[in-house]
Design a protein around this ligand. Structure first.
Ligand SMILES: Cc1ncc(COP(=O)(O)O)c(C=O)c1O
Length: 489
């Protein structure tokens, strides 16, 4: 056979890769035809003046991928069926047939409930000031360290690390690191056997709801409250019991009067109520725990952004006060790191460990291992707490810039609710405009707003808005509020 290949000693690619590429292309283009015999390794090495080992290794690669086969005693041949043909799927009939309208899908009762409540993430547009989100400052993420840790674990991974884990709760050293971190920063009392790593707070709440709640059971929750959680409860077919939030947090007397033996749990965000920003008072916390005990119900504590408190000391988690194992604590790395990481965790009472372990295994087996390993080092080497300290200063300054801008430009027409904490604040405006009109006019001036209305199940206030500030510079914040003042009449 007389066939030419281009090999270049100066090319940065190894001779073995160059030869592989040339031969593969020759096979795919038909220059080396199916069934034909190719030169022996010795002959090819001689004719190109390269080492026979290089040629042998290249042939081995092509044989292992299905381009060549060796017949003992006769030589090496081009395969009749090439891997490209075997891997490419023939066009299905539906792509050939003229386009039909989609037939209506028959959804399950669950599927119908999901369609009724769930909306996809509204990221907002390219407005100059987008107050719609309470996201971390992405341009301040400690990416150099994070990339180094990911690379460290990707390099060190052994074959066994690519298998399923034998523990649905997640990577043991990460659970250990989290249990110590939340003990010192949040006064949560647990050992690592109670911790489950999962894809964010969202997955944690979904699993808890599936395992505890039947359709028609009751779930009590804060009103206004977090839609991400409320939609999970509604999708499960639970009867929703909205409980009013006042300046001391969830009104526990109202909870007591509304709840019944069918109330499986109450969802709360006690450290920084979402969206009002108020703190659940200590007396209410004790009352709530007593209610859960008497009612044989659980309290789901969503501790999503409690690391960020700007005035005074951090407030310990409700879980640490619990003497009777009625609190399920839910934490997330979406706020202190970034949401696409999809790592969060829950701390379960011992009685819930086994049922949730089974549900977790059924649902998704485990979270990605390399990210869990990197996060373990990130916590144990002190990077997490260092990052949080920096962001606490930055977000505190941004919050202050927003508060100052309201004072400067809105002159008594903006009333801020809630504590000096978190990544968003809630504000009531004095204006004759309704929410939609205000949003529309603000958008025309390059400012995007989120009305608090959808977060209420009962009697929303007019002109109440949620302002995310953590991912905006002080300049953007000032400019945004100034523009807003021009449309607020
Ligand atoms: C109140 C509340 N809880 C929890 C979360 C975090 O959810 P996840 O961990 O699923 O990203 C958010 C995110 O915005 C939130 O606002």
């Amino acid at each position: 056979m007389d066939i030419a290949f281009r090999l270049d000693n100066k090319n940065t690619r190894s001779l073995r890769r160059q030869l592989y590429k040339e031969m593969r292309e020759a096979i795919l283009s038909g220059r080396l035809s199916a069934g034909s015999r190719i030169p022996s390794t010795r002959a090819l090495a001689q004719s190109f003046g390269i080492s026979r080992t290089t040629v042998t290794e290249c042939y081995e690669d092509l044989i292992s991928e299905g381009y060549l086969y060796a017949r003992i005693g006769s030589g090496t041949f081009v395969c009749d069926q090439l891997p490209e043909h075997l891997l490419r799927v023939a066009p299905s009939r539906s792509t050939v047939v003229a386009k039909q309208p989609h037939p209506a899908v028959r959804l399950s009762a669950y599927g119908k409930r999901v369609s009724a409540v769930s909306v996809v993430n509204d990221v907002g547009g390219e407005a100059r000031t987008n107050f719609k989100h309470w996201r971390p400052a992405f341009d301040h993420l400690p990416l150099r360290v994070w990339r180094r840790l990911i690379a460290r674990h990707a390099r060190a991974a052994e074959p066994k690390n690519f298998d399923y884990s034998d523990d649905a709760r997640g990577y043991g050293p990460l659970r250990e690191a989290i249990s110590k971190y939340i003990a010192r920063s949040r006064a949560v009392r647990c050992d690592s056997s109670q911790i489950f790593i999962c894809a964010g707070a969202q997955r944690a709440m979904d699993l808890i709801t599936r395992v505890l709640v039947d359709p028609e059971d009751e779930i009590a929750f804060e009103d206004p409250g977090y839609l991400g959680a409320r939609n999970i409860f509604a999708a499960q077919g639970a009867k929703l019991l909205p409980v009013h939030v006042d300046e001391s947090g969830l009104n526990v007397s109202q909870l007591k009067s509304k709840s019944s033996a069918k109330t499986r749990f109450v969802y709360v965000s006690p450290s920084h109520q979402f969206p009002s920003g108020v703190l659940l008072a200590l007396s209410r916390r004790l009352e709530l725990l007593a209610w859960a005990h008497d009612q044989n119900a659980f309290v789901i504590e969503d501790d999503y952004d409690s690391e960020y408190r700007y005035g005074g000391r951090p407030v310990p988690a409700l879980q640490g006060l619990d003497q009777t194992e009625r609190v399920i604590y839910v934490g997330t790395f979406s706020k202190v790191l970034f949401p696409s990481l999809r790592l969060g965790f829950m701390v379960l009472p011992q009685s819930m460990v086994e049922p949730i372990a089974r549900a977790k295994w059924l649902s998704d087996r485990q979270s990605p291992l390399i990210e869990q390993c990197a996060l373990t080092d990130f916590i144990n080497e002190g990077h997490l707490e260092r990052h949080i300290r920096r962001m606490r200063t930055l977000y505190g300054q941004r919050r202050q810039a927003l508060v100052n801008a309201f004072a400067q430009h809105l002159d008594g027409r903006a009333t801020i609710r809630g504590d000096d904490a978190g990544m968003h604040l809630m504000v009531r405006f004095t204006t004759p405009l309704d929410d939609e009109e205000l949003i529309r006019r603000a958008e025309q001036r390059g400012v995007q707003l989120t009305s608090a209305r959808p977060f209420y199940l009962k009697t929303p206030y007019n002109n109440e808005f949620i302002f995310g500030y953590s991912n905006l510079t002080e300049r953007q914040i000032r400019l945004g509020v100034q523009r807003l003042s021009e449309v607020l009449m």
